[in-house]
Design a protein around this ligand. Structure first.
Ligand code: ADP
Length: 628
């Protein structure tokens, strides 16, 4: 049992934490100080109780047996049985309490972290790997529980055990105590060396495991498999895996064997020390120049055996503590990130029902920030938007057109404050969006992206995300308007069919219509529409078209337009190129101008008979029926 405990501490690679972390950790534990105090008391009691049995041994051997006193013998043996039961029960209670504290602190940390991440701007997520965020939320926070329930308790209990044991040993015989302690350094040196070796191996093993996981993830994901198969690289992938796998196996064998050797040395050591004590003490007794009794020697050696493991653990405790603090550090690092886009004090909550929907971009320039959060390399990026100015009257449709990378998406991101302008201002009904609460912005603006994201939930739940209190009638009306109701009714469970990543597979066009229904249900005053560029079959395309008409009607709409029907319907077309608006006007005006728009249009439409593209996407012919 000791072996596992002792070895466990070597399995973590050595990490270092930043200064000041400890104080912050303490703050997280402060609400639970009462439970923690109880745990400490319990630990002190159990380590005190641990001393009783060796002492009872002495009493039995020196008193009860020589005096042939059955009553005393019964009493001592009875106590020998009762004491471990009591101490065991206290131990169980202590584990329960420290688990409770550990889990509560983890819960608090997870909540704090999740709430904080929800407030982080989009920029944070575009520049951080998703796996990284999930890992901090799951693994790092999880690792902390270990600290609380085991490390902290172990340290205290080891100190208490070592301290009380030495005191009692000294009470029995000071010389023998000094002899035992003189041997301790040898044990400690061995422990330290093995500890260092194991940590080294463990770091390599973890790296190897991580490599193996990375290979697996890369090559066994859907896209990875597709790539491997289509390039015919299965053999290389298998070989790469086998090589890394071989390395891992070797490392793990070495790790196990070091543990085994260590255990052997320790066992020998454990026979040598009592042997020495018996020899020294026995010699004195035989020589008759001591008051030591046989019972004292037995009690002494029993106590001595309690000493070494706690000592060994204490010697390596800094590794555990450092590792734990480093875990906390990784979490604090995230908690310390500033959510740059937040409500300013006294921000205005615009009433979604009263907003007229006048949108104004006033000399807006924007630069995607240089350094992603957490990194320190600052590279200045060019302006993604440069002096963009336009106004959309309530209910109007503005179409953004231009080559890929021109800045169209970026323009749309500034309205719901996914990013904030670098200079200039974006206004809704004359209010700078930075003065409006993010929540009300979210209610006023509907965003339809190219990539439709559906939750792993039923169709109904996905739709309700747009309006949590919608009735079934409202849901169906929205689905009808988005030309998806009939399709939903054909699904195995109708509106209760589970869709999303692992649910019922809807086609791209169906997903888009479902997303449109969700926005129709939300009924935002302002609509941002990024028309999908992915080619749909003509039928789906017509259905989407049909869904879009009622959606845009009566709302202020900014559309990143890929359909000719959209640009034709636009009150104003803004032609964006390299972050600037280079042309503006209606379709006819822009054609007459014979500039970038005209050349884009000619390149995509006039030369092609087939459905053509404007921004690289599909454009239909003009006679798409308006849906009613
Ligand atoms: P469009 O929608 O017209 O294709 P975008 O608005 O997506 O263009 O991009 C405009 C410019 O901003 C491009 O040069 C692009 O590389 C850059 N850009 C887009 N997103 C980011 C980002 N998250 N970080 C840094 N640069 C970006």
């Amino acid at each position: 049992m000791h072996r596992g405990r002792l070895m466990g501490q070597f399995d973590k690679p050595e990490q270092t934490a930043r200064p000041g972390t400890f104080r912050r950790v303490v703050a997280f534990f402060r609400p639970y100080w009462q439970q923690i105090a109880l745990v400490l008391v319990a630990i002190l009691i159990t380590s005190g109780l641990g001393l009783i049995n060796p002492y009872l041994l002495k009493l039995i051997i020196d008193t009860a047996i020589p005096q042939r006193d059955m009553a005393l013998l019964n009493l001592f043996v009875g106590l020998m049985i009762v004491v471990p039961i009591i101490s065991g029960l206290i131990g169980v209670g202590q584990s329960y309490l420290s688990n409770v504290v550990g889990q509560r602190v983890m819960r608090d940390l997870r909540n704090a972290l999740y709430a904080h991440l929800q407030r982080m701007p989009l920029r944070f997520f575009t520049s951080t790997r998703t796996g990284e965020i999930q890992s901090r939320l799951a693994n790092d926070v999880g690792g902390i529980q270990q600290v609380v329930t085991s490390t902290a308790a172990t340290i205290v209990s080891n100190i208490a055990t070592v301290g009380s044991t030495i005191v009692l040993m000294a009470a029995i015989d000071v010389q023998l105590t000094l002899l035992s302690l003189a041997l301790a350094p040898i044990f400690l040196v061995v422990t330290r060396r093995v500890g260092a070796l194991r940590r080294e191996l463990s770091t390599s093993t973890q790296r190897s495991l991580a490599d193996l996981t990375a290979i697996t993830q890369e090559t066994l994901s859907v896209s990875g498999v597709l790539l491997t198969k289509t390039f015919g690289r299965q053999r290389e992938a298998t070989e790469r895996f086998a090589t890394e796998n071989e390395r891992l196996a070797g490392l793990q064998i070495r790790q196990q064997m070091i543990g085994r050797w260590f255990f052997m040395v320790i066992n020998v050591f454990f026979s040598i020390t009592p042997g020495l004590v018996y020899w020294v003490a026995g010699r004195s007794i035989i020589g008759g120049d001591t008051e030591l009794t046989i019972g004292s020697i037995v009690a002494f050696t029993t106590l001595q055996s309690r000493l070494f493991f706690p000592l060994g653990q204490l010697l390596n405790v800094h590794v555990d503590v450092q590792g734990a603090l480093a875990l906390f550090d990784r979490i604090f690092e995230y908690l310390d990130l500033q959510p740059e886009i937040t409500d300013r004090p006294g921000a205005l909550a615009l009433d979604p029902d009263r907003v007229r929907g006048r949108v104004e971009y006033d000399h807006v320039s924007f630069r995607y920030d240089s350094a992603p959060p957490g990194s320190d390399g600052a590279t200045e990026r060019p302006l993604a938007l440069n002096d963009v100015t336009f106004t959309i009257e309530p209910g109007q449709l503005v179409a953004l057109v231009g080559p890929s990378g021109a800045g169209k998406t970026t323009i749309t991101y500034l309205l719901p404050r996914l990013y904030d302008v670098t200079s200039g201002a974006v206004r809704i009904d004359g209010h700078d969006v930075r003065d409006v609460t993010l929540e009300s912005l979210g209610r006023i603006i509907g965003f339809v992206t190219q990539e439709t994201y559906l939750f792993h939930a039923t169709v109904r739940e996905n739709l309700l995300y747009g309006k949590p209190d919608a009735t079934q009638e409202e849901i169906e009306a929205a689905a009808r308007a988005a030309a998806i109701h009939d399709r939903i009714m054909e699904l195995p469970d109708g509106y209760d069919t589970v869709v999303g990543e692992r649910g019922y597979k809807l086609s791209g066009g169906e997903k888009q219509r479902l997303a449109l229904a969700r926005v129709i249900l939300k009924n935002p005053r302002i609509l941002i529409l990024d028309e999908a560029t992915s080619a749909l079959d003509t039928h789906s395309e017509r259905l989407i078209q049909a869904a879009l008409q009622p959606l845009m009607r009566g709302r202020t709409t900014i559309a990143i337009a890929h359909r000719l029907s959209t640009v034709l319907a636009a009150d104003q077309i803004l032609v964006v190129d390299q972050g600037r608006i280079v042309e503006r006007g209606t379709h006819q005006e822009l054609l007459a101008r014979d500039g970038l728009y005209a050349s884009l249009y000619r390149a995509q439409f006039v030369t092609d008979d087939a459905p053509a593209t404007l921004n690289g996407g599909v454009l239909l012919d003009e006679e798409v029926p308006a849906a009613e």
